[in-house]
Design a protein. Structure first.
Length: 164
């Protein structure tokens, strides 16, 4: 924690670290897409930024609304095309939520869990822990080559759970 003029700047430093990490990841994704032959247009940049800055899963419509705040020219078609490309390239996961469609979360390279609320469609990512690492070791020992690094657990979030 840094004290300047008797004020705490921990939050500011945390946000700066987060922004730096997101900038690096944004540039890495843009480079990977460019190397794969995709043009990096302003609307596509806006969609990528929205996805990376999201602190929860987003529907394509939510991505559109947020991306238009960055670049008003973003269209729903651009959002879907960009989401498809990001998914194909392994930068984005689609989490199926019943028959209501899917939510979007950034791809993690390590095994992790998605807690999916079937009522409000929120998705919370649990970061890898000892259980995840033990499961990955077991899968490796069995010779199982997994293709998706997320396990989805469907239920009700604390907000939607009446037993709460």
């Amino acid at each position: 924690m840094i004290l300047i003029n008797n004020q705490k700047y921990t939050t500011l430093l945390t946000e700066l670290r987060y922004n730096c990490c997101m900038l690096k990841r944004t540039l890495a994704i843009q480079k990977a897409l460019s190397e794969s032959g995709y043009r990096i247009t302003q609307p596509r940049r806006a969609v990528i930024e929205v996805i990376l800055r999201a602190r929860r899963s987003l529907s394509p419509e939510e991505v559109l609304a947020r991306a238009r705040k960055i670049d008003p020219s973003v269209s729903l078609a651009t959002v879907y095309r960009t989401l498809d490309v990001l998914h194909e390239q392994g930068h984005l996961n689609r989490v199926r939520i019943g028959k209501k469609g899917y939510a979007l979360v950034c791809s993690e390279r390590e095994l992790h869990f998605h807690l999916v609320c079937k009522r409000c469609r929120s998705v919370v990512e649990l970061q890898p822990d000892r259980f995840s690492k033990a499961l990955m070791t077991q899968l490796h020992n069995l010779g199982f080559a997994w293709q998706q690094n997320a396990i989805e657990i469907i239920g009700l979030c604390a907000k939607c759970n009446p037993a709460g």
